[in-house]
Ligand binder design. Structure first.
Ligand code: SAH
Ligand code: SF4
Ligand code: F3S
Length: 439
């Protein structure tokens, strides 16, 4: 039997693609290993959203050189978003001549064929499709997380935010048919999954390309009726397309969790326009107001970027002010990084690194204060926690997520794993809540 390692960088879409890559490998007789010195195949599923993501891939590939020397039969592959950029496949082969296989995001399903070719011909394979083909259904997946199943509902992104590389490396938006998605559900239930996370770069665009059309609210409605699944989450949603109908649908449907991850990026309408986000600060604040009106206990999280070209002190202050006003439960914060080929990379007024650094530090400090205060406000409440595992192996503590996607830790044993516990919150921390089983 041959062995493989898949090392995944980047977002959940990539994590799930890796589960499919693993599924295909296991279908042709490979088994997973942790040991790079003996593996027959090491595949890197890569990300290029920021330069730091690419640097991680470069240094990993650098470290593999020694292993390749001592185990020359090992196949080293690079796939995912990075080689999908123009010129990158050639650059990778030039920098790391011991890489045997390079393919992109549109030909994932060909992995077994590529490996067959390398083994038969003993020469490298580089295959990048520039255009996505039809969505291929029915590929096997080996899912890593025990209770949470990631399910792609749409591929690609048509938004072309001016800083973002994703539309260039993931192709145009394509929705999976609702029947194909629903057909996947009973199998997940019987494998023991309790929660599905619906994945897309902008799930609110779901269904625009389908005949007959079905919007995201309609899809949620259908999935809420599937008996094998207990909880439904989704990511990522776009504030431009998130309407009241969807909020009301989420409020009504019992399985869809009350967690809203709504990346705002900036609190300044002027910067939002330059980013091509398609909404203003006022629209965003109005949306938050509607969510709080219909679902008062909703958890709201976001992505924020500092240092976009032309961001002045006033723009940054507007972001800080918006964070104070919305009081996000948590934020993913990023320093803007120019991506070659995107419009923002060519904009004048790039912000100096030193200023970006000061801004991100101030932002993180503010967010941490608010996150802790919000968590403290949950002390004394009770939460429905889907128990995922034991903390630090048999410490007498278990952990899981609340419906609002906060980590909750409480005394209990492994018999609770997979069940939904009602937990009273006794103590809040920045990154998690402590509690005890409700009597
Ligand atoms: N589709 C999602 C986000 C995908 S990327 C959405 O539209 O919200 C995840 C986050 O990375 C983005 O929300 C953004 O904050 C950040 N990001 C994207 N491109 C970036 C860049 N060039 N520099 C810094 N951060 C970036
Ligand atoms: Fe990138 Fe914007 Fe698409 Fe998100 S919506 S993936 S930020 S282009
Ligand atoms: Fe990275 Fe590609 Fe996701 S660039 S963030 S892995 S879509």
């Amino acid at each position: 039997m041959k062995s493989y390692i898949i090392k995944t960088f980047g977002c959940q879409m990539n994590e799930h693609d890796s589960e499919v890559l693993a599924g295909m490998l296991e279908a042709v007789g490979y088994r997973s290993t942790e040991d790079t010195s003996t593996a027959d195949l090491v595949l890197l599923n890569t990300c290029c959203i920021r330069e730091t993501a690419e640097n991680k891939v470069f240094s990993y590939l650098g470290r593999l050189k020694r292993q390749k020397l001592s185990n020359p039969a090992m196949i080293i592959g690079v796939c995912g978003c990075m080689p999908q950029q123009e010129g990158m496949a050639a650059r990778l082969r030039q920098l790391f001549p011991y890489v045997d296989l390079v393919f992109g995001t549109h030909n994932v399903q060909q992995l077994p064929v590529f490996i067959g070719r390398i083994l038969a011909e003993r020469k490298p394979v580089v295959e990048i499709l520039t255009e996505p083909a039809e969505i291929i259904e029915g590929l096997p997946a080996v899912r890593k997380e025990g209770l949470r199943a990631w399910v792609t509902i749409m591929h690609g992104c048509d938004n072309y935010c001016t800083y973002c590389i994703v539309p260039y490396v993931r192709g145009r938006e394509r929705s999976r048919k609702p029947d194909d998605i629903i057909r996947e559900m009973p199998g997940l239930g019987s494998e023991g999954f309790k929660e599905v996370v619906l994945l897309g770069q902008n799930v609110n665009s779901y269904g625009k390309d389908l005949t007959p059309p079905l919007d995201f609210a309609g899809l949620l409605e259908k999935l809420d009726g599937v008996s094998s699944i207990e909880r439904i989450r989704y990511m990522t949603s776009h504030p431009r397309d998130f309407n009241e109908k969807l909020i009301l649908t989420i409020a009504r449907l019992g399985k869809v969790c009350e967690h809203f991850h709504l990346p705002v990026q900036s609190g300044s309408s002027r910067i939002l326009e330059k980013m091509h986000r398609g909404y203003t600060r006022e629209h965003y604040l109005g949306l938050i107001e509607k969510i709080r009106l219909h679902i008062p206990k909703a958890t709201i999280t976001t992505d924020i970027m500092v240092g976009f070209p032309g961001e002045e002190n006033d723009d940054f202050r507007a972001t800080m002010d918006l964070v104070s006003q919305v009081r996000f439960d948590s934020s993913y914060t990023f320093v803007y990084n120019a991506r070659p080929g995107t419009p923002a990379a060519g904009m004048a007024e790039q912000v100096p690194e030193e200023i970006k650094k000061q801004r991100i530090q101030a932002l993180i400090k503010l967010q941490n204060t608010i996150s802790l205060e919000n968590n403290k406000a949950e002390e004394g409440s009770w939460q429905e926690v889907l128990v995922e595992g034991e903390r630090n192996n048999a410490s007498g503590l278990v952990y899981g997520k609340s419906r609002g996607y906060k980590t909750v830790v409480f005394p209990g044993d492994k018999t609770l794993i997979g069940s939904t516990a009602h937990v009273t919150i006794t103590r809040a921390h920045l990154a998690y809540l402590e509690g005890s089983l409700k009597n």
